[in-house]
Ligand binder design. Structure first.
Ligand SMILES: Cc1ncc(COP(=O)(O)O)c(C=O)c1O
Length: 459
């Protein structure tokens, strides 16, 4: 048992020797040493060095119902004892798989009634992109292959997902398949200039239409976008953006894929980001909070109009995963969705979102390095800026964000820095006094960062 030998084992050394981490520069990780997380409860993590850390990121945006939920552990163990695994390939299914598909159809936006299961957000995206192309092939339009995504979009780490996303470093490292293009994100703070947010929302949406005209709608399969761009820095689109995207996709006969991997299951204060922003998707990808991260699971939800073609006309879709519809993962998802419903976590996210932003504004509005505080539901961002009035970025982008993130660590707060934007996304179960703690620790980290940056400039 790990616990029994935990005390005497050099976990950091072994990690450096044997373990490769995702999205990590290993040389610098080994210099600074990895944190060993040993246990968690509620919104707190414990590490091997004895720290109790407030998790402002819900793991990786996923632990919606909080850590240490007995209900999820029991759902997993009960299902494991009964049927630990069976596949859904051989004209077979399992009861939790069917029950979850039905539940998702009940809570998803209208018309999204068919679920295809996978294990990660990346696999869900990969599945949706292949489905989009197969849909058009089936309809006799095989040239409709191009996928339009957005700069700073994140759609996972498979080769298709990396190509659809707008992360240039991922494109550089074998993540740039043909037939993927990106347009500007609806990032008013960064790109809005003198336009009002409403004007900019339309402007950014029209970039999609220009791209469609440039490439020809007859060559384009789908537009994919996160309702709000999480990993890109919690870029929240102006209200005008998505209605215009709905219109553009419909008019040009292009499928609209909403990547709900972060937004799904209450994060934005409604069940889905599509509900919050009025998106009318043909397909939706979901993962993360579907099981609160307790076990890997993802899904693609298809609208009847797409499913009808794939079910009745395509024949076999040559795609799927050994663990598609895994009974244990589906049982955990069902128990997790029960908690979300019973504890009113979606409404709670909406209400607590208002409170957390009020508190952040009160604590940080006057800070010279804070350019913008934004959020919706229980997800948000704080832009650190070199000049508050002109919304100027720091010269070496990303450095100040990392300094601040490290001060957060020092203050026992887990936060993420995206460039110089501090992002947060705590468990939806966070209590009011824990919100106070988050705001206090973050404010402290920002003050420390400011002192350091100021001192460097003065040198
Ligand atoms: C919007 C979005 N799509 C896809 C993914 C990929 O999910 P996963 O890491 O589970 O493959 C992520 C991960 O953060 C995401 O934020």
């Amino acid at each position: 048992m790990l616990d029994e030998i935990g005390g005497s084992v050099d976990w950091q050394g072994l990690d450096a020797a044997y373990h490769l981490h995702p999205f990590t520069d290993h040389k610098s990780l080994h210099e600074s040493k990895v944190r060993v997380i040993t246990s968690a409860e509620g919104v707190f993590l414990h590490d091997a060095a004895g720290h109790k850390i407030l998790d402002g990121m819900a793991g990786l945006w996923c632990v919606a119902t909080g850590y240490s939920r007995r209900e999820l552990v029991e759902a997993a163990t009960t299902q494991m004892a009964k049927l630990p695994y069976y596949n859904t390939f051989f004209k077979t299914t399992t009861q939790p798989t069917v029950a979850l598909a039905q539940r998702l159809a009940q809570i998803a936006p209208e018309g999204l009634n068919h679920a295809f299961f996978a294990c990660s957000g990346s696999e869900a995206v990969d599945t949706a992109l292949r489905m989009a192309r197969v849909y058009w092939q089936t309809l006799g339009q095989p040239n409709k292959k191009i996928i339009i995504g957005r700069e700073y979009g994140y759609h996972g780490s498979t080769t298709l997902g990396a190509s659809a996303g707008g992360m240039v470093d991922m494109h550089r490292q074998a993540g740039d398949m043909p037939n993927f293009v990106q347009v500007m994100p609806p990032y008013w703070y960064g790109y809005g200039g003198q336009m009002s947010p409403a004007e900019f929302g339309i402007y950014a949406a029209l970039q999609v239409e220009s791209k469609i005209k440039e490439l020809g709608a007859e060559n384009i399969a789908a537009f994919i976008g996160e309702p709000l761009q999480g990993a890109g820095g919690v870029i929240i689109p102006p209200e005008t953006y998505w209605p215009e995207i709905n219109r553009i996709c419909k008019e040009h006969d292009i499928l609209l894929i909403a990547d709900e991997v972060i937004c799904g299951f209450g994060r934005t204060g409604k069940m889905f980001g599509s509900d919050t922003f009025g998106i009318k998707p043909d397909m939706m990808t979901m993962a993360k909070a579907i099981t609160s991260g307790y076990i890997p699971l993802s899904a693609v939800m298809l609208h009847d109009r797409v499913a009808d073609v794939l079910i009745n006309e395509t024949g076999e879709f040559y795609h799927g995963f050994t663990y598609s519809g895994h009974p244990v993962a589906c049982a955990v998802a069902l128990a997790n969705l029960d908690i979300i419903a019973q504890e009113g976590l979606v409404q709670r996210a909406e209400a607590l979102g208002v409170i957390i932003r009020q508190k952040l504004h009160a604590a940080l509005d006057n800070h010279p390095m804070v350019g913008e505080i934004r959020g919706v539901g229980l997800i948000g961002a704080i832009e650190l800026t070199a000049d508050k009035r002109s919304r100027k970025f720091f010269e070496k982008r990303g450095r100040v964000g990392v300094i601040c993130r490290d001060y957060c660590f020092e203050n026992d707060l887990m936060m993420r820095a995206v460039r110089d934007t501090m992002v947060f996304s705590p468990p939806l179960t966070i209590a009011l006094d824990e919100i106070d703690l988050l705001v206090t620790r973050l404010s402290q980290a920002i003050a420390q960062t400011y002192e350091q940056v100021k001192a460097e400039v003065a040198l």
